[in-house]
Design a binder for this molecule. Sequence first.
Ligand code: NAD
Ligand code: MG
Length: 299
Amino acid sequence: MSSTNQYTMRDPVTQYPRPPFEKQPQPAPGLARDMKPRPDHGEDSYVGFGRLKGRKALITGGDSGIGRAVAIAFAREGADITLNFLPEEEEDAKEVLDLIRESGVQVHAVPGDLKSEAFCNTLVETAVKKMGGLDIVVNIAGKQAYQETIMDITTKQFDETFKTNVYALFWICKAAVPHLPRGATIINTASIQAYDQSPILGDYAPTKSAIVGFTKVLGKQLVDKGIRVNAVAPGPIWTPLQPSGGQPQDKVKEFGKNVPLGRPGQPAELASIYVFLASQESSYVTAEVFGVTGGHPLP
Ligand code: NAD
Ligand code: MG
């Protein structure tokens, strides 16, 4: 591990690579290992202090991007983890699973497709069984496929984007709630797209608005059970979601240029807020959405 960690004081403007980037198309869902430059998920820098010691966390989308950064951070903070990803992402997942094991916590890999309600139920049941309970549910998996106009969005795509981003969230939360003890937390992943929609994300942006709405409803509803529910709304983050069809390659070249910080965020820059929302440190925070946007604030 390098001597630099998440607490080392640095200039956020120059801390990470800035555009222009190379065009780098890959088929969806894309692999972090094929990105140029490779994203920083905190592999060499995140230092934990036992902030989630003994907790049991389920994380979706955990092979790459924000999910990988969260999985590494949670493991180093002492949480056992059940990690979900797509079977075709095995190569990325293997790197994360090795890193988690190095932290000395338990990890269970449960690959599978969240578009299936039956699989979402199995995922939650497996997590509960393997870890002996469930305290933290982190919904990070998501699908983003840009299309220039509404005429280019097929019903199949619309359906798959909503299944992955919204229905899976509903299915996983519904399956998890009966198992969650008082003090448990749910963290969802929205987007700046819930508030400032790009015209080429006609199916994706509305799913993110739905996630914001769902988070607020569930947060208010589950107070009675002592369960907190929050969401993180990232701005442009350097992950395989973008070059694998999330954006046109011309926009990948310029990715992050239009936010005040002038660069994309790295997955590592999201990890700490998920740790905060998962831990008891955030005990008075629920039904809330947190922007991590490089200076493009949520309204
Ligand atoms: P990513 O590609 O690294 O992660 C997305 C993950 O979703 C994939 O790794 C995959 O495991 C999972 N996934 C997709 N379809 C699935 C399915 N049918 N079943 C199971 N898993 C599936 O990219 P990321 O940017 O880290 O994305 C994580 C979350 O962050 C997503 O919800 C995304 O919408 C959100 N987000 C990303 C950005 C950004 O600029 N990268 C901005 C705002 C929000
Ligand atoms: Mg992935």
